[in-house]
Ligand binder design. Sequence first.
Ligand code: NAG
Length: 289
Amino acid sequence: MAKPRLSRVPARKSSSSTMFLTLLIMFTFLVLILLALGILSIPSSNSRSSHKPNDLSSIVHNVVDKNDYDEGVGEQWVEVISWEPRAFIYHNFLSKEECEYLIDLAKPHMEKSTVVDTETGKSKDSRVRTSSGTFLPRGRDKIIRNIEQRIADFTFIPVEHGEGLQVLHYEVGQKYEPHYDYFMDEFNTKNGGQRIATVLMYLSDVEEGGETVFPSAKGNISAVPWWNELSECGKGGLSVKPKMGDALLFWSMKPDATLDPSSLHGGCPVIRGNKWSSTKWMRVNEYKV
Ligand SMILES: *[C@@H]1O[C@H](CO)[C@@H](O)[C@H](O)[C@H]1NC(C)=O
């Protein structure tokens, strides 16, 4: 029954299927054009991130994610504070217990801090750095291994590229003048190569002063929300106020592997209170301990 009918109207059938195909192709092109023009958009699972990656109009971006895997730790999120230097704050990176643990561990071993002599590569006393400090060996115990793994996850640099944690203590009036973390000598880069990034963890709050300041940062330094709380020294650049548990990550090298002079940074004098911090320097290559 159907067969003869089909054979009787071949011309009509083919013209209607040609019409259908043409319409289909036209519709497809229309959708593609709308997609290209951005009038239509494919629903994305990532629709939460609304800011454009190149939008540098303000120095502070509230970014990334809350994460609730760790109970008893305050809300954790990452904030981009600058692209020149590349600097990020990871809020509530350490728990209060971890901060206290590091301080208690370091306290009996604090020594007057030194700086590296650029000619000999040896440590020397200095007036630019008046804090006291001590090194905790990498992988010393479970808590430290845990922190070091978290640093590796945050920086995407393997644990083996890290130097031992340094714990620092600044009392009222103590400071660290602006400096670079990268080396200009051969001696200090023999093991592990150049320092590529630094993670600076604040183990205590500081009532006044003690900011980490980047005097060569590009951008509107007074646009930070905490501008009015900064000390005179802190207003000399892009500043981060110490807050117990927060970690500051900044890069001493640019993505093209050249040294980044905008990573110049210092520790402002403590005006009121006490500052405890811990530093992890990360190398380009494996750092043998
Ligand atoms: C810098 O930021 C502050 C605070 O947001 C604003 O008042 C000031 O006009 C800005 N300066 C420039 C040069 O954009």
